[in-house]
Ligand binder design. Structure first.
Ligand code: ZN
Length: 442
């Protein structure tokens, strides 16, 4: 009896040993199949610098800080480095340099030399939306930002009409990509900057650019920025893409009311635009406590926002019809996350189809971007003139910047050189930096 039990125990132990050996072998195979770091990108935003590492598979990593000098160290377990860190344009406002080395354990150690007071945040993004597994490191300069935003505030006069201009996508999120590899994020920024310039030259109006460079701003932060700016209106600029390359034309969208018949085309587009956060990279748990999207269409005060959005959307379409192909003649509606600043008129303009090679070429030209901006600007002017908030014939003023000529200024505002000369009583074309020029109505 005792012997029998003993035998059984031996048998069990042997099975257990074999199982353990198998597990050990499996572990070893996994150790051999190291993940590779295939690419690295850097995006410099005003409030942080983002580093993104493309990974061949999910990894484990550790992050820690070292002081004197300030460093942030990343240990990427069981990885090998295939990316070139030398391609990054350094130093950046927070990141001074980057170096890496392989450790005996198979860990790739990446050392970031950073400025004093920089705080890091890091997270992994799962594969999806055409992007591989990624490791995201955000480096944030804490103190500086507060001082800066305080300095920026007095520039806006209290009675100015503030227009929030939102260039779609940016940074990790390229948006739609044209057949010749033109990125939506590039042309939306070009048009947004041109529009902001036109708005700023209009007395009584002031533009706030929600994104100023090639970096990602998550959708809800865009809404927050619109609100923080105290904006009276929001225009979000995008370019659409479809499989059929011949499709062209602009369309204008507003937020749909709850209970309205869903528009399937618009809903599909909204889903595509709302996926921006997944591509651009938002730390997953960050989203949970954010109240904006859940308050969508919450109260009666927002009702007026919807009506005025519709009115403004029609004005934009009317302007676009003058010089551009238009895909849908009436405003369309869907639940766009970026349009949730509902108490003000908010529209999303898809200026054209970047998937159409001919339109893609046009969208990339500054003059075409300028003309699109002009159409949107005219619509804002009409809107606020109708509301009685903007005087009809108020003079526009342009302050001359370095590198500008009378010719370039005339082109920007769509007026002639001779009309500027005449209005300002100028006899010669030479300009001084800081000189204020009155501009004729175009
Ligand atoms: Zn877009």
């Amino acid at each position: 009896m005792i012997r029998h039990t003993f035998c059984r125990t031996i048998k069990q132990a042997r099975t257990l040993c074999l199982a353990m050996l198998a597990l050990l072998l499996m572990g070893q195979t996994q150790a051999l199949a190291a993940a590779s770091i295939n690419d690295i990108r850097m995006w410099t935003a005003p409030d942080h610098t983002r580093l993104v590492f493309d990974l061949s598979q999910k990894i484990n990593y550790e992050l820690f800080r070292l002081h004197n000098p300030e460093r942030i160290v990343l240990d990427l377990k069981k990885t090998r480095m295939n990316a070139k860190t030398s391609k990054l344009e350094l130093p950046d406002p927070v990141l001074l340099s980057i170096r890496h080395g392989k450790q005996r354990s198979g860990t790739t150690r990446i050392v970031l030399d950073v400025k004093d007071g920089v705080s890091p945040r890091s997270f992994l993004l799962k594969k999806g939306n055409g992007k591989p597994n990624r490791l995201v490191i955000d480096l944030m300069p804490k103190q500086k930002q507060v001082v800066k935003s305080k300095q920026q505030q007095p520039k806006i006069k209290q009675h100015d009409i503030i227009i929030a201009v939102d260039a779609g996508h940016g940074g990790e999120d390229p948006g739609a990509i044209g057949p010749h590899k033109l990125y939506e994020k590039k042309i939306t920024l070009g048009i947004a900057k041109a529009l902001a310039k036109l708005i700023d030259a209009q007395p009584g109006m002031k533009a706030v650019l929600i994104r100023k460079g090639d970096y990602f701003v998550k959708l809800r932060n865009r809404v927050k920025k619109v609100r923080a700016a105290g904006a009276d209106m929001m225009i979000s600029i995008h370019a659409d893409s479809v499989k059929q390359h011949h499709v062209k034309g602009a369309s204008v969208y507003t937020l749909s009311e709850s209970g309205a018949t869903p528009d399937r085309v618009a809903a599909a587009l909204a889903a595509k635009e709302n996926a921006s956060d997944l591509v651009g990279g938002v730390m997953p748990e960050q989203e949970v406590s954010d109240p904006f999207i859940r308050n969508i269409l919450g109260d009666m005060a927002k009702r007026d926002g919807l009506d005025s959005s519709e009115m403004f959307a029609n004005l934009v379409l009317g302007q676009l019809k003058n010089g551009f192909p238009v895909k849908y003649g009436k405003p369309k509606h869907a639940r766009f996350a970026v349009l949730t600043a509902l108490e003000i008129p908010s529209v999303l303009v898809e200026v054209d189809y970047i998937s159409n090679p001919e339109r893609e070429r046009l969208l990339n030209t500054p003059s075409h971007q300028q003309n699109l901006a002009k159409a949107m600007f005219n619509a804002t002017k009409t809107y606020f003139t109708r509301l009685g908030r903007l005087k009809k014939h108020e003079q526009r003023i342009h302050t001359v910047h370095r590198g500008e000529s009378l010719w370039s200024i005339a082109k920007t505002y769509g007026v002639s050189v001779s009309s500027i000369l005449k209005l300002n009583g100028l006899k010669q074309q030479a300009l001084k930096v800081g000189q204020r020029l009155r501009l004729p109505q175009s």
